[in-house]
Write a protein that binds this ligand. Structure first.
Ligand SMILES: Cc1cc2nc3c(=O)[nH]c(=O)nc-3n(C[C@H](O)[C@H](O)[C@H](O)COP(=O)(O)OP(=O)(O)OC[C@H]3O[C@@H](n4cnc5c(N)ncnc54)[C@H](O)[C@@H]3O)c2cc1C
Length: 380
């Protein structure tokens, strides 16, 4: 029987970052991904946004550390990730949202993040052709931006392999075996691999992995769409992410056109990930009102993927209290790509029983039974 010190389940940004950070510490790690390609789950379908603008200070701390790691990525991982820090601008149209954004900006500023709440009159200098008629104010952070999710994931995977990690594709985990109070093995359809430590980095599918281990993981999948347009004359010059917070419509430049998306609060949780073309009408209705030049744009491509959502929109990080050796890095609720770099390091430290550089106990699994951590309200 093969064995591994740690088996990581899932080859998205989380699994690959964790595998790299463990391999760097000379841990014998085996990553199992059931699809034929890495980043084929949520990671490969994400919009690539990276931001500091969260309401929960722990999410802000994760962003600060993660974005620093992205800035150093090319040097550390020898891989380009198309990082652009052109900012995120939230457009705020309701008084209650403005109150929340002011509070969140204070949280971010206290941690050294230069978020500004700008009056509507000041926003025309940041974005052209956007309808600001009903906008009360904007929340802007110039250090937010976008990066390439495939680049980050494959960069970690390549370096992890060079450091000795094994990464196996088309290998589905179907069972986790336990004996007494611990884990003894992970099973695929063809093999049993002896291990006492497993990381659940299965994104929207984490609840099923939890079930295999007898651990309830409150992560549910929700479909989200992304549409990319062909070029049009008023396409933005830079890659500023503009988010109409109260409708959740967002866009940023992508190639010659724009990438845009919007949540659908009425859509129930499911694993459906096919594009619903009727939804495009709703997105363009809202989008054209906010950004009129979109009326001239045609759609070049579209896809849908799954958010992996927890009850408080915060991630679940660390060891499951009821099962020693079962670690979680999941439930990022639509903002996991940006936290992938630092979460890999934090999980590796937790597994190695070292004090992580950020105290992640507020995001432990048992918060749902103890007391809730401050919910993340700045979700898109
Ligand atoms: C449309 C959309 C836009 C988004 N935009 C952003 C954004 O702008 N910024 C941001 O930070 N985040 C964004 N996100 C969220 C982000 O994509 C996710 O939070 C992040 O990619 C989660 O990474 P992961 O590695 O945990 O999960 P995934 O990338 O889903 O990886 C999990 C992997 O586990 C594998 N797996 C599952 N079960 C098994 C099994 N039994 N055996 C083996 N393998 C298994 C799956 O095949 C999958 O590859 C967006 C998501 C979507 C859908």
């Amino acid at each position: 029987m093969r064995s591994a010190d740690v088996v990581v389940i899932g080859g998205g940004v989380m699994g690959c970052s964790i595998a790299y950070h463990l391999a760097k510490q000379k841990v014998q790690v085996l990553l199992l991904e059931r699809e034929p390609r890495l980043a084929s789950g949520s990671t490969g379908r994400c919009s690539g946004g990276i931001r500091h603008q969260f309401s929960n200070p722990l999410n802000v701390q994760l962003s600060i550390a993660s974005i620093l790691k992205m800035k150093a990525f090319a040097d550390e991982l020898d891989c380009e990730i198309d990082l652009h820090q052109d900012g995120y601008l939230f457009l705020i149209t309701k008084e209650e949202s403005l109150r929340d954004f002011r509070e969140s900006a204070a949280v971010q500023n206290a941690l050294g993040v230069p978020t500004e709440i700008l009056p509507a009159a000041a926003l025309a200098g940041l974005v052209s052709h956007v309808n600001l008629e009903d906008v009360l104010a904007g929340s802007y952070c110039r250090e937010d931006g976008v990066a390439d999710p495939h680049g980050v994931t494959l960069g970690y995977a390549r370096k992890a392999r060079q450091l000795g990690a094994q990464i196996e594709l088309q290998t589905e985990v179907v069972e986790i075996r336990k004996e007494g109070s611990g884990i003894t093995a992970v099973c695929t359809p063809t093999e049993q691999i002896a291990t006492s430590m497993v990381v659940n980095a299965a994104g929207p599918w984490s609840a099923a992995i939890g079930e295999m281990a007898g651990v309830q993981v409150p992560v549910r999948p929700y479909r989200r769409h992304v549409f990319i347009t062909h070029g049009f004359p008023e396409v933005p010059q830079n890659r500023l992410m503009v988010i109409d917070f109260d409708t959740s419509f967002y866009f940023h430049r992508e190639g010659e056109g724009v990438l845009m998306g919007m949540g659908d609060p009425d859509e129930p949780s499911s694993f459906r990930d096919a594009v619903d073309w009727e939804f495009l009408d709703r997105v363009t209705d809202v989008g054209v009102r906010r950004y009129p030049p979109l009326a001239k744009a045609s759609i070049r491509r579209a896809w849908a993927g799954l958010y992996e959502v927890t009850p408080d929109a915060n991630p679940i990080l660390g060891e499951a209290p009821q099962l020693p050796g079962f670690f979680l890095a999941t439930g990022f609720s639509g903002h996991g790509f940006m936290h992938g770099p630092v979460v890999g390091e934090l999980l590796a430290d937790t597994i190695l029983r070292r004090q992580p550089q950020i105290d992640i106990s507020g995001f432990s699994l048992d918060r749902f039974t103890r007391s809730m951590t401050r919910p993340e309200t700045n979700t898109v």
